[in-house]
Design a protein around this ligand. Structure first.
Ligand code: NZQ
Ligand code: ZN
Length: 390
């Protein structure tokens, strides 16, 4: 394995059907004021709000309400969250929801006491949190499997004004202190969101897998995670309340993006850059922005990483390589992935997400170019991939 690295993950996880009760163990570690972050109503409908609020009250906490976090949280909402955190003098931010709530909570945690404009500092200039900036601790109760935000330092914020959707990956100090993962909480997800989450998980793994040519333990781990996801997703799509499948998926999502499988890898992340640009212009569901551009992207870069695509086909999709060229095997692998995507029901083109021909130049402009994958794209290639994805 090539590369030197430091691995550390400070997030404590509580997993399983009974895991919410552990909130009682975590809450006493923090002060009285808890900023309760949630989205646009799902946790009120499925009863999770009520359960969490009851535990907060039983622990003598003062709830500082911060609902209405939208999918793909905006910079305006971030500023509002900072005001709420400061006015409420909060000691803990508790996010109850999917990746959007967890990301937003982390963004508020580093921004509330930041002396500069957080959008400029963290998202445009990619600066770190100043050592003397107070970081408000974050805890998560996860209700959607996909982003891995429950055990990483990522916080993606969208600025519709400048048509930019940017992620900042913060360090250890910003990871959630604890996350509660109850697979049953994901049962109420609409099918569209469930499928988007499944694709997000697969793509997080692909983004890390399709880089490097050395023999790396991380690649073997990722092949196992992908096989488990494919297997469980096909069960869950037929029966969303299959606990075994949903719990495996939730666990896989966490490991797909909690930094472990990135060790020793340069990592690609170009599908996410293409998808985030689409998201910045359409506000579409994150996982669907990835599925809509993936096949065109992977078919385009396949010749530059042919051996890895062949390995992907054989080890992940069970393609029989006998008597076939490397290219034929690799293509069969991507075809198998395409069939799986159709089976789980993800969006396969950006037109369906609201992109029109007239928007393409702007979407290309919003795309950040990464350099860790098998091919550093030019703007012409990016345009070609978007056209292919229409
Ligand atoms: O608004 P609420 O009520 O929360 O409803 C949400 C939202 O409409 C709903 N939902 C969540 N759990 C539910 C539920 N509905 C019913 N029952 C439940 N149990 O689902 C919708 C989507 O939720 P959201 O949190 O937006 O989805 P997701 O978890 O996919 O998060 C997306 C955000 O995470 C960022 C994305 O860019 C996007 O902004 N990402 C964060 C990453 C990270 N931190 O590392 C990496 C990812 O690649 C991603 O970029
Ligand atoms: Zn993602």
């Amino acid at each position: 394995m090539l590369g030197n690295f430091v691995f550390s993950n400070p997030t404590k996880l509580y997993f399983g059907e009974d895991s919410l009760k552990y909130l009682n163990e975590e809450l006493p570690k923090y002060g009285k004021n808890v900023q309760l972050v949630y989205g646009r109503g799902s946790i009120r409908k499925n009863g999770i709000y009520h359960k969490v609020a009851a535990i907060l009250k039983a622990n003598g906490k003062n709830i500082v309400e911060d609902g209405g976090v939208m999918p793909n949280p905006t910079v305006e909402k971030l500023y509002q969250g900072c005001r709420i955190a400061k006015e409420g003098n909060v000691d803990l931010i508790l996010a109850v929801g999917g990746g959007s709530c967890c990301d937003y909570a982390k963004a508020v945690s580093v921004s509330a006491h930041c002396k500069e404009d957080p959008w400029k500092k963290y998202y445009l200039d990619f600066e770190d949190v100043d050592p003397d900036t107070k970081i408000i601790p974050v805890g998560c109760v996860l209700t959607m499997a996909g982003t891995g935000s429950e055990m990483n330092g990522g916080a993606v914020i969208t600025n519709h004004g400048s048509r930019l959707k940017i992620g900042h990956v913060f360090g250890d100090r910003v990871f959630p202190k604890f996350s509660i993962l109850n697979p049953v909480f994901t049962y109420s997800l609409p099918r569209y969101q469930m499928a988007a989450g499944f694709y997000d998980i697969l793509n997080h793994i692909c983004e890390q897998y399709f880089s490097g040519e050395d023999d790396n333990t991380s690649d073997y781990l990722m092949e196992g995670l992908m096989r488990s996801l494919i297997h469980s997703s096909l069960i869950a799509i037929k029966n969303p309340e299959d606990y075994e499948a949903r719990s495996n998926i939730m666990w896989t999502a966490t490991w797909a993006l909690n930094t472990l499988v990135a060790m020793g890898k340069s990592t690609d992340w170009m599908v996410h850059m293409l998808g985030q640009a689409v998201g910045a212009h359409t506000d579409a569901t994150h996982g669907m922005t990835l599925s809509a551009v993936s096949l065109a992207y992977y078919r385009h870069i396949m010749p530059y990483g042919l051996e890895k695509f062949k390995r992907f086909a054989v080890n992940v999709w069970n393609v029989d390589p006998d008597g076939k060229t490397a290219r034929e095997v690799a293509e069969e692998g991507l075809l198998a992935m395409e069939h799986w995507m159709e089976e789980i029901g993800v969006v396969m083109n950006i037109r369906e997400l609201g992109v029109t021909e007239e928007m393409l130049a702007g979407v290309v402009e919003s795309t950040l170019i990464m350099e860790g994958g098998y091919k550093v794209l030019t703007q012409e290639e990016i345009l070609g991939i978007f056209k292919e994805s229409m």
